[in-house]
Design a protein around this ligand. Structure first.
Ligand code: GN1
Ligand code: MG
Length: 365
């Protein structure tokens, strides 16, 4: 890797002497490295990322989206005379040819971004962290509330089309390409039993009750960078799926990840449940930042977003298991099955707690 990263330094004309790199392990899709250089003014670090071309079929489109969105946010920070712009928004570097992407001889797509100094991200946390995470995603959505959605490509078509995700699951089960259906008939039956709920948001949209907004679409709490000293949020990262979507899905995706009492791939499902305290903390932070932009109907649908995004992800994990692990990175043969079971257990707990969730939301009026 060292040799390759030295090439990257040349291609992007980065000043300094290459010192080394560290793999950043947390994503399920792209490969990410921190790369350190020694410069006259001290150590300088960058984020170097290989874009998963199998998932993002048109890497140039994600670059176009990320540039547009980050420039929009940077402008807002400038208007607010923020002195910390370098840590509060992502920035893409350009090659000596003026491109944001470098295509390696192997045909891989690489990009270089600013490293956010003295920052950390968390896979889980307590009430304060969840409240701050909610504020960060709420602020992000409000920063983009006047962003022209027509400027954005749909980087992954039908990304959060829950109905289509269920159709894909059924197809994969029918095909049973790698003969794994017998391992997961119960899980499949449960998900298909919830199928009639999947058109909920499309129908509400068609009736004109809820709008499409520019949303993040991958609101795991580890996509918020926090200052190590002040413990305040700095920036929202992982912008490749910023596209038009429903606010409730951003809300739900964040809560299903951060308010799960277990990790997303915990095999012991008895550890999985929805922590209502954490859920309330996130909700207060998130809705508090965007209340003025949201319609009452949208606020009311937040719990439905939580249930549906959890079911959707369970369906995506199970589909990938049935397909032979072609999409998500896995560490064991049954990793996707474990993830699917975990999300199913969470969805079942969400169903049990629906009244509490509606109560938490009602307090946001
Ligand atoms: C993927 O790679 P990461 O962790 O940012 C996936 C999300 C899933 C998530 C589940 C582009 O995100 O949709 O919710 O895994 N991203 C894509 O952990 O499919
Ligand atoms: Mg992501």
């Amino acid at each position: 890797m060292d040799e390759f990263l030295k090439t990257i330094c040349g291609v992007f004309a980065l000043e300094g002497v290459y010192l080394g790199n560290e793999v950043i392990k947390c994503g399920n899709i792209n490969d990410t490295y921190r790369m350190d250089l020694r410069t006259d003014s001290g150590l300088k670090s960058y984020i170097v990322q290989r874009i998963n071309h199998n998932v993002f079929r048109h890497p140039e489109r994600i670059i176009s989206n990320v540039c547009a969105v980050t420039e929009h946010i940077a402008k807002k920070l400038e208007q607010a005379h923020d002195r910390d712009i370098g840590r509060k928004v992502l920035k893409l570097y350009v090659t000596t040819e003026g491109k944001h992407l470098y295509i390696s001889p192997d045909g891989d797509y690489w990009r270089v971004m600013n490293f956010i100094y003295n920052a950390e991200s968390h896979d889980r946390g307590g009430v304060r962290l969840l409240h701050k995470t909610g504020e960060a995603f709420g602020t992000f959505q409000s920063q983009l509330s006047d962003f022209p959605a027509e400027k954005l490509y749909e980087t992954i078509p039908d990304f959060h089309d829950t109905e289509k995700r269920f159709d894909a699951l059924e197809q994969s089960a029918r095909a049973d390409a790698v003969k794994r259906l017998d391992d997961c008939r119960g899980e499949l039956a449960y998900l298909l039993s919830m199928r009639d709920r999947t058109p909920f948001f499309k129908q509400a949209y068609a009736r004109g009750e809820i709008p499409m907004r520019v949303t993040h679409n991958d609101t795991k709490c580890n996509n918020v960078m926090f200052d190590k000293d002040t413990k305040e949020p700095l920036a929202v990262i992982d912008l490749d799926t910023v596209m038009p979507g429903f606010t409730a899905y951003d809300y739900g995706d964040a809560v299903r990840f951060a308010a799960n009492t277990a990790a997303e791939d915990e095999p012991d499902v008895s550890k999985v449940s929805l922590d209502l305290r954490l859920c309330r903390a996130f909700t207060d932070g998130f809705v508090g930042k965007i209340r003025d932009h949201l319609r009452r109907e949208e606020v009311n649908t937040l719990p439905d977003g939580l249930l549906l995004i959890t079911l959707e992800l369970a369906a995506r994990f199970l589909t990938d298991y049935l397909d032979g692990d072609r999409y998500f990175k896995i560490r064991t043969n049954d990793h996707n099955l474990i993830r699917a079971r975990n999300q199913i257990a969470l969805a079942q707990d969400i169903c049990r707690k629906m009244d509490d969730l509606r109560e938490i939301i009602a307090q946001q009026a």
